[in-house]
Design a protein around this ligand. Structure first.
Ligand SMILES: Cc1cc2nc3c(=O)[nH]c(=O)nc-3n(C[C@H](O)[C@H](O)[C@H](O)COP(=O)(O)O)c2cc1C
Length: 275
């Protein structure tokens, strides 16, 4: 059991993250200038987590030649270009909910970076694992799950960027009617629609949006689209990201509560229980 996120983060930071949810988009081309020192310091302060839900996840900052960590999608197509810095997200892989923790922690860093004017892009596929491992110190029992470049967005959008966005349909999301079930809208608490929209617009691998929500009287349950107990771990990562968006927006709307995890065997990722 954990407390509300509002007990771990300042009101100002929660507001900044809530605003960042609307501004964030994946950035794949960067300006060559380095990231400001104060911005790096803010991000550094979050690398070991900002709430107990981040336990089993950690970020590692890379500030030199970060572009070399990224590879193309097909040859050079889709490669992250000119990133001056990156954060590597790692998880304690023998623990059952480490992927949700990596998603939750990583998205906190992404929203912090966005609020500081930096671009980010979750990358779980097109990076070099060997070059990444050579740049960080990973404890035994931990593995690299994904990375994000960090830097200032380039003013020029490349054809590759446009093609990748079009391929993933990054500018659209499934409608709430497809991802939310349960109580009818007139019975939702005030502000819940906005919180579900914040989750709806979370980033996900290939923009697959594997999250589904059920609005109950005592809270909101989060499941993966397949409803399996033994979930594919990438879906768990995406759901961890959506959990943070939902919770940040709930805090902003005054819907106090916290995430609880189900007993083993129940096909649910977590439930946000109202306080
Ligand atoms: C876990 C995860 C892994 C991702 N991996 C990649 C990747 O390897 N390469 C890439 O170009 N984009 C990757 N993305 C970015 C998604 O394609 C992007 O978030 C999605 O299309 C939605 O677009 P938006 O972030 O601009 O809202 C990934 C996103 C997530 C959340």
């Amino acid at each position: 059991m954990t407390n509300s996120l509002a007990t771990y983060l300042s009101e100002a930071r929660l507001k900044a993250w809530n605003d960042a949810i609307d501004e964030r988009h994946s950035v794949r081309s960067y300006q060559k200038r380095p990231v400001r020192e104060e911005a790096l310091q803010s991000i550094e302060g979050l690398l070991r987590g900002f709430s107990p839900l981040c336990r089993h996840a950690r970020g590692h900052l890379v500030v030199q030649n970060a572009s070399r960590l990224f590879t193309g999608f097909l040859g050079p197509f889709g490669k992250i270009s000119n990133a001056p810095a990156a954060v590597v997200f790692a998880g304690e892989f023998h623990l059952p909910r480490y992927m949700e923790a990596v998603g939750y922690l990583g998205e906190g860093i992404v929203l912090e970076a966005t609020s500081l004017g930096l671009g980010t892009c979750w990358i779980a596929g097109s990076f070099s694992r060997d070059r990444t491992l050579a740049r960080i110190r990973l404890d035994p029992g931990w593995k690299v799950v994904a990375l994000t470049p960090l830097g200032y967005e380039s003013r020029h959008t490349t054809l590759g960027d446009m093609a990748l966005k079009a391929l993933a349909k990054s500018d659209s999301r499934k409608p709430l009617s497809e991802i939310v079930t349960g109580l009818p809208r007139p019975r939702w608490p005030r502000g819940l629609k906005g919180a579900l929209e914040a989750a709806q617009w979370a980033p996900s691998a290939r923009n697959a949006q594997p999250w589904r929500f059920r609005v109950d009287r005592d809270g909101v349950a989060l499941m993966a689209d397949t409803g399996d107990v033994n979930l594919n771990s990438m879906k768990r990562l995406d759901c961890g990201i959506a959990m943070l968006h939902f919770e940040v927006a709930c805090c902003a709307a005054g819907i106090t509560g916290s995430w609880r995890f189900p007993k083993p065997g129940i096909p649910m990722i977590a439930k946000y229980r109202y306080a």
